[in-house]
Design a protein around this ligand. Structure first.
Ligand code: SF4
Length: 544
């Protein structure tokens, strides 16, 4: 049992003075841990100084709770990882292979690894990725991102074994459960079969089976009774063939083998967990654009909830866990979603300190973007999108399109050279184009809800075409709504707050937000208890 020293002094290890919100948060954290709680939910919006608060709480923890404590800090983006390291170089950062440079093969360590594994040379201890991993494994304070951490926690446990940290600190915590769920989800399509090294005939045969799968039990049965064996057989064949192959082919085969091994681990996890609790798994079936040869069906096996798995695989290993985000919104809901015992959880939040006049939300009631009304509403929206763009003719901005359907509509029905569109494949490239453009570009995106930093002149206005309700065409979303009704509203508001935050990044920053979907009225009417007042106070209804 951890002994807690009651005599709290605020430790602020740096020259700067702590902000009053940071002191208050630390007092609450002390109170909660003193009272035997394990989880601390820190509702801290952007601008409060979450990374400073992290250092304060670690300092307090080492001085008053456990002087030999080790900490794991997680973020959801590389940008935030870089920010932590810039401010606090004593934190040891660990990223995915692709972020390190492989000198011997003049590429990154992800590509270099595929080469050195089968062709050589392999520099082992001198590999920058391996070095960073070792430093992170042995560090007192280790930082990594959700993706790498989930890989280590679920499929590559060797990476994390022996770290034995006491405290987990999760930044951007509102996203943690959904990223985790993506990690334990598996998918299959004819297109993806190429990545295992299957030949055309094999793909055709498998595609016929894939096309006939309609339910989750059929999917799991197929994976368990056939597909896992297909992967094993294929990998055996590749391992044999690699010996005699040309260097180029060896590299290709090595990539297939790695892919097969990774996917096999994911399928094994699915089979084990499905057999324990089949009701928590669903199959989403999507028609995708594919070449004419194949059915174009994408099968995705997903957990309805990730909460129990996260708790067992991750949280149970730590003494204390701290979650930080500006959109936690509700203690009981967040606890349920993330897998925390509410009776061991303390929730504390503070309002945004960004001046309200720098972040107005203009609400224009132009009609709803529901299935029945969207075409009509969109026509009206076009006029106002044009007005907003004209008003901001010298400024960059973003249009949150809601879905690729509306991206396409806009592309077809509104010609404006300032607009930059993207598809799922070139999202980062088009974002970069927007950032570098020397004209007032406007990026149009359905997927820049979070993790994108459009600070200062990169966006002075943002248009929300559609309220980001979760997509009810998904079996997973339907099951979630069925088993926890409040989640749907929570997720909508979290995404709305995150969208709002893309263009206002600091106290000096400013941007106008325009909401053009009348379904916003329903969100305000039925979910007022979830909406922070610092958000609702910024809303101004404009006459149309
Ligand atoms: S071990 Fe050496 S050769 Fe292999 S990826 Fe790392 S740096 Fe490249």
């Amino acid at each position: 049992m951890i002994q807690i020293n009651d005599d709290l002094k605020i430790y602020f290890p740096l020259k700067l003075k702590p902000r009053e919100q940071q002191i208050e948060a630390l007092e609450k954290l002390k109170f909660s841990f003193n009272n035997g709680l394990r989880y601390f939910l820190a509702g801290l919006p952007t601008g409060i100084g979450k990374s400073y608060f992290t250092v304060m709480l670690m300092n307090y923890y080492k001085n008053y709770i456990n002087k030999s404590a080790k900490f794991d800090i997680l973020t959801n983006s590389k940008i935030l990882q870089e920010q932590y390291i810039k401010e606090f170089p004593f934190i040891k950062n660990f990223k995915g292979r692709a972020n390190y440079t492989c000198d011997p093969h003049d590429t990154d360590c992800a590509k270099g690894f595929e080469i050195c594994k089968v062709i050589g040379p392999h520099c082992r201890d001198d590999c920058p990725y391996e070095k960073a991993k070792k430093i992170w494994q042995n560090s007192e304070i280790g930082l990594t991102n959700f993706h790498l951490y989930n890989t280590a926690a679920i499929y590559a446990k060797k990476i994390i074994e022996g770290r034995d940290s006491n405290v987990l600190i999760v930044d951007e915590a509102h996203d943690f459960e959904s990223v985790f769920c993506d990690f334990i989800s598996t998918s299959l399509s004819a297109k993806s079969l190429k990545n295992y090294g299957f030949n055309l005939k094999e793909i055709e045969d498998l595609d016929r089976t894939i096309n006939n799968i309609k339910k989750i039990d059929q999917f799991v049965g197929f994976i368990k009774n056939q597909f896992i064996n297909d992967i094993i057989d294929k990998n055996h064949w590749l391992e044999g063939a690699i010996q005699k192959a040309t260097p180029k082919l060896r590299q290709e085969y090595s990539k297939y083998i790695s892919h097969g091994e990774t996917q096999k681990a994911r399928f094994d996890y699915l089979i084990t967990e499905y057999e324990k609790d089949s009701k928590n798994w669903i199959l989403d079936i999507t028609k995708i654009k594919s070449d004419k040869m194949y059915s174009g069906v994408l099968l995705e096996a997903k957990p309805v909830w990730g909460n129990n798995y996260i708790k067992e695989l991750i949280f149970d290993k730590y003494d204390h866990i701290i979650f930080m985000s500006g959109s936690i919104l509700d203690k009981n809901l967040f606890s349920f979603i993330t897998g925390l015992e509410p009776e061991l959880t303390y929730y504390f939040d503070v309002p945004s300190t960004f001046p309200i006049n720098r972040r107005p939300i203009y609400y224009l009631k132009l009609g709803k973007m529901t299935y029945d009304e969207k075409k009509e509403t969109f026509k009206t929206q076009l006029k106002y999108i044009d007005k907003i763009l004209t008003k901001n003719k010298d400024k960059k901005g973003i249009i949150h399109a809601g879905s690729y359907e509306f991206v396409e509509w806009l592309q077809q029905q509104y010609i404006n050279k300032r607009l930059i569109f993207h598809n799922p494949e070139n999202r980062d490239e088009m974002l970069q184009k927007h950032i570098e453009a020397d004209y007032p570009s406007v990026i149009v995106s359905p997927s820049m809800i979070s993790g994108v930093d459009l600070k200062d002149d990169l966006s002075r206005f943002q248009i929300i075409i559609k309220i980001p309700f979760p997509y009810l065409g998904s079996e997973k979303i339907k099951m979630r709504q069925k088993t926890n009704k409040d989640w749907y509203s929570w997720k909508t508001i979290v995404d709305l707050i995150q969208m709002y935050g893309r263009s206002i990044r600091s106290h000096e920053d400013y941007a106008e937000t325009y909401i053009l979907d009348s379904s916003f009225s329903d969100v305000l009417r039925y979910n007022s208890k979830l909406i922070p007042t610092w958000f609702s106070d910024a809303i101004k209804i404009l006459k149309v």
